[in-house]
Design a protein around this ligand. Sequence first.
Ligand code: ZN
Length: 492
Amino acid sequence: MTLRLFNTLTGQLDALEPADGKALRMYACGPTVYDYGHIGNFRTFLQIDLLRRFLRLSGVAVRHVMNITDVDDKIIRNAAAAGIPIGEYTKQYVDAFFEDLEALRVDRPEQIARATEHIPQMVELIEKLAAAGAAYKVEDGSWYFRLKSFPEYGKLSKKDLSGMEDGARVDVDEYEKDSARDFALWKAPKPNETFWDTAIGPGRPGWHIECSAMAMEYLGESFDLHCGGEDLMFPHHENEIAQSETATHKQFARHWMHVRFLLVDGRKMSKSESNFYTLRDLLLKGFKASAIRLALISVPYRRPFNFTFDSLTDATNAIDRLRTFRDRLTKGAFATGSNQAIRGAAKKAQTDYRDALSNDLNTAEACAAIFEMVREANTVIDRGLFHLSDRDAVLAVLADFDAVFDVLEDRDAEPTRRALAWADQAGRMSEVAPELIAAQSLTDEAIKALVAERTAAKKARNFVRADEIRSALAERGVILEDSKDGVRWKRK
Ligand SMILES: [Zn+2]
């Protein structure tokens, strides 16, 4: 099965396949580590994770490289303000970033590349551009890319850059102006700034050259796919293309995937609007990592996602429904035999699910196919018409679902525990939801002991005590479910 994925460069759905027939070589722009990641960032990383998981489910090997931008304008400014070296300043955010990815169950790329560890490759690329007449040095020792040397500039974002002014320069890493300018490849150090002594002079790399140099270092001059958030399309990705293709005379990336932005309650997320959320903020409010994962991937990547707390509640309920269904299948007792109708429903769900993901990663339709099967199977089980040999067919579909969505196993306690430990250390306990603190104060052993006491009380027909225990647990976020196989409990 071939994935057809929208290609920003061609403006259409293109088949995504490894050019070398072996592994799909892909590059994804990683974080700039000057703060904790917000949910808009994580939407992008989760959608890229979903892509790589679906490729692997389809039997395509992946070689995925992600950079860490650990030197840029903001990092230098913030580290200087804190009076510490940039490496020390960025370490806390690099560690936090990987901890957050782990909480969200984002698979690690095969290669992580840190900008500060690839300075020689960047210098070499700038030398190559200088030799080709596409880079020039200015009075202070900084180097710029000459936009005029790349007539195809703008081909990715489809911007009309006819008003481009030769020699006009911009030295900041991020800018939103529509009019293109020669951009910085290498920045000469300002007083007291971190710098590297190199063949092209002292200084540090611009943001754009990092990605070009590191992508080519690990994936070659030409590779299959480049991904990132849509905010990176211009100028960052245009600049990557300009630098790389000018240096190599080869196509840089054949396919470009851009994940659309995230809104919060219909508005742009911003710190000044107080609708800005990091992953940690949401964990401290009592939302679970699995629900955040599902909410951020269940809206397809090319649609803007309007994040609300309701969307997290919906995701929590959806996960509950799936986990309960899976338990019902694995723990229930079924008669031998098989039910052709349910076999057919499972087969259809599997086909619809894979077709939806193959069609530009339509996660909304993929989930709908799974929930339709769950609904049908639940009805059949209720009527006592579900048979033992139907179970594997249905479980196989759930396995396909979970290979990509990865929310069926309940692994939520650990990310929450870690977020609480972090809040404690960062002096942010006042932001923690009270029921979360109450629930965390109960260990699993304490819960099991109370559940056992309640079972004993019920047996002794002491229903008052049994009810007391149930409500005491509920107050602390622990829910009990009585079934004929005994009592199951879970944290809300
Ligand atoms: Zn990049």
